[in-house]
Design a protein around this ligand. Structure first.
Ligand SMILES: CC(=O)[C@@H](O)[C@H](O)COP(=O)(O)O
Length: 255
């Protein structure tokens, strides 16, 4: 079970809702992914205008936890304003804090992210900050009392996979709250690796929405995350420098 604040989920795949070819494909992808948490940018979703097309209107929203995110915010104050708007719409008391500090890399601004997280915790939100793979920042956020940490595997939409596995392993090692690897996942093997490393979940969007067959890729990501988690729980064998026979000969009679 993935536990975030007072929420519990059996799925460890968090799915973004942007850039799908159309709502029908998106719905099918969401269905096969069996994801229970869908994230969306409050500023891009027409949540307050019933007449406008809105992906959420295609879903039985009672089956999902909708995780609003503060995409588009450049400052802590903007992020807090967006989070409050989302809460006012009655969707969820969880918020993914996304404060972007640089337009080209879309990397999060560490100082504004920390500030926004502190302000949102004080307002009673369940706070999930999207961070870089900075080990100390993850620790500082955790010490503030955030409910999960979401380090990027690589910049949003790049599909580069986990570019700094060492940092990610340090973040996971020291974590006292769930670690959700967020952004930059390109292939199912990236998601499986994150889970094998001990991440508690994976948030992804572009790898599915931009795939040639988004529905099949959603299924592949679901299976990869399940396989990675099972592998982590099973405990992989240590890597060795030299070979050891898979069928040892000790105890066998000579013929
Ligand atoms: C949807 C969302 O929250 C994105 O900002 C997220 O970080 C996913 O990134 P990818 O599109 O790289 O999977």
């Amino acid at each position: 079970m993935l536990k975030i604040g007072h929420y519990e989920f059996h799925s460890r795949l968090l799915l973004g809702t942007g850039k799908f070819p159309n709502f029908e494909i998106q719905k099918q992808a969401v269905d096969v992914s069996e994801s229970q948490i869908l994230t969306f940018a409050v500023r891009r979703m027409n949540i307050f205008e019933a007449s406008q097309p809105n992906f959420l209107s295609m879903l039985d929203v009672s089956q999902f936890t909708l995780l609003p995110n503060t995409a588009g915010a450049k400052t802590a104050e903007e992020a807090v304003r967006i989070a409050k708007l989302a809460k006012a719409s009655g969707l969820c008391d969880m918020i993914k804090v996304e404060v972007i500090g640089d337009e080209r890399t879309l990397l999060p601004d560490p100082i504004e992210t920390l500030k926004a997280s502190e302000m949102l915790l004080a307002e009673g939100f369940i706070v999930l900050p999207y961070t870089s793979d900075d080990v100390l920042l993850a620790k500082r956020l955790q010490d503030l009392g955030v409910h999960a940490i979401m380090p990027g595997a690589s910049p949003i939409g790049t599909g580069q996979g986990i570019v700094n596995p060492l940092n990610l392993s340090f973040i996971i090692e020291q974590a006292t709250v769930p670690v959700i690897v967020d952004a930059g996942i390109g292939a199912p093997s990236d998601a499986a690796l994150a889970m094998e490393m001990g991440a508690d979940g994976v948030l992804l969007n572009t790898a599915v929405s931009g795939a040639k067959d988004p529905v099949k890729m959603a299924l592949a990501m679901k299976l990869a995350i399940e396989a990675g988690r099972a592998g982590y729980e099973a405990g992989r064998i240590p890597k060795k420098r030299y070979a050891s026979a898979s069928s040892p000969m000790e105890g066998f009679s000579r013929v």
